[in-house]
Design a protein. Structure first.
Length: 394
């Protein structure tokens, strides 16, 4: 049994997981770490314990970035699965999004990440369905789970953020962590265009989830990081950054110990303004030292070439930045015409470009986990302002 657990990245004695958000029910089996236990685990575990928890590793690998961890075929396969018609556009609170969340959790388990949610890999997020535009019904983030008791059962929805952690092993740094994330929700089924009514969201943001998972796989196969790394697939970004907003109010690890957040959004196609294939751009580049630090290390990224689009404020990173975390989004979105259209299909993605960007992003995450902390520049940290919430997604 021990050997079988080690082969599958499951620590001996527990932490095995299976969960499904189907019909709003979250099911778990065997022992799980709740957030408080997870924090105690990271603070008190010895190096030997952490190595064992990482799937019975025999010691650091000699190769920081395994050559076969990120392949074009693997990237293309996972993107096609997440952007398949069967997921019906992954609308928050709908069965397609639930299937996507379960798929992502299975990938995290296969990689060997520790579950970090309140129900296995799932952090539950409450929504109340309210009338929306065009007479439809739209999930709105609830203030709390108890708020669900104030509305009829048919108006209650539970979605999930999907969270997995790779513990750090440096005695002085493992209490700190880096958040790497994308959002797995999209806009669902809508107005038909050329006979297609499923808005698959391959670029927006199945591509970011693919990147998040392959980065986790690559780092997991190399030496253990000095800082812990929390990998997340957020829900509800298209509804106004709601999954990220819930997370910052209910973090599984203290925000005060989050040294950086790298979100990945819309890397499915190259952008000529950032250098073409294999290159990306960073939102809010000028606001902190993160972009310059990564660029000096040879990561192929530049400042956001379209600052007038306010992309820094339009993705989940902004919810973290408002809490003081140095948080940016890596993208290569070139303002293509398939944005929020049924034509945003996996067939339009460039797997060569995606694999190159993901490899670069994995190096960037390794630097953030093992190197100096990025810092806000004077005037760079955003301050909360009254008014409407930011418009989501590039």
């Amino acid at each position: 049994m021990r050997e079988a657990q080690c082969r599958h990245g499951i620590p001996p004695g527990g932490l095995q997981y299976y969960a499904s958000p189907s019909r709003g029910a979250l099911l778990t089996r065997t022992k799980l770490l709740n957030p408080m236990s997870l924090m105690r685990f990271l603070k008190t575990a010895s190096l030997l314990t952490l190595v064992a928890a990482l799937g019975c590793a025999k010691g650091p690998s000699a190769t920081p970035m395994p050559a076969d961890a990120i392949t074009e075929a693997g990237v293309s396969r996972l993107l096609s699965q997440l952007a398949d018609d069967s997921l019906l556009g992954r609308m928050t609170g709908q069965p397609g999004a639930e299937k996507a969340a379960a798929m992502i959790a299975r990938e995290m388990a296969a990689i060997g990440l520790l579950p970090a949610g309140d129900s296995g890999y799932f952090q539950r997020v409450p929504y109340i369905v309210r009338p929306g535009r065009n007479g439809g019904m739209t999930p709105r983030l609830a203030a709390s789970f108890s708020a669900l008791d104030t509305v009829p059962a048919e108006r209650r929805k539970i979605s999930v953020n999907v969270l997995g952690i790779l513990p750090g092993v440096d005695a002085n740094l493992r209490n700190e962590h880096v958040l790497v994330d994308g959002h797995y929700d999209h806009v669902g089924v809508g107005r038909p265009v050329n006979g297609d009514s499923i808005y698959n969201g391959a670029d927006d943001d199945a591509s970011g989830i693919v990147a998040t998972l392959f980065i986790a796989r690559a780092i997991r196969q190399g030496p253990a990081p000095r800082r812990s790394i929390l990998f997340a697939a957020m829900t509800g970004e298209e509804l106004g950054l709601t999954g990220a907003r819930w997370y910052v109010d209910h973090p599984v690890l203290p925000l005060s110990e989050m040294v950086a957040n790298l979100e990945i959004e819309m890397i499915g196609r190259p952008d000529s303004l950032s250098g073409g294939s294999g290159s990306g751009w960073l939102t809010g580049y000028e606001r902190s030292t993160m972009g310059e630090m990564l660029a000096r290390a040879g990561i192929p990224l530049v400042a956001d070439p379209r600052p007038s689009q306010n992309f820094f404020q339009r993705s989940d990173n902004y919810a973290l930045a408002l809490r003081g975390v140095v948080a940016h989004t890596l993208s290569s979105y070139d303002l293509h015409a398939d944005y929020h259209q049924p034509s945003d299909d996996a067939s339009k993605a460039d797997p060569v470009h995606m694999a190159q960007v993901i490899r670069a992003a994995a190096r960037a995450v390794r630097l953030l986990a093992d190197g100096p902390k990025p810092e806000w520049k004077p005037g760079g940290k955003p301050e909360p302002t009254p008014g409407p919430r930011p418009r989501p997604t590039p």
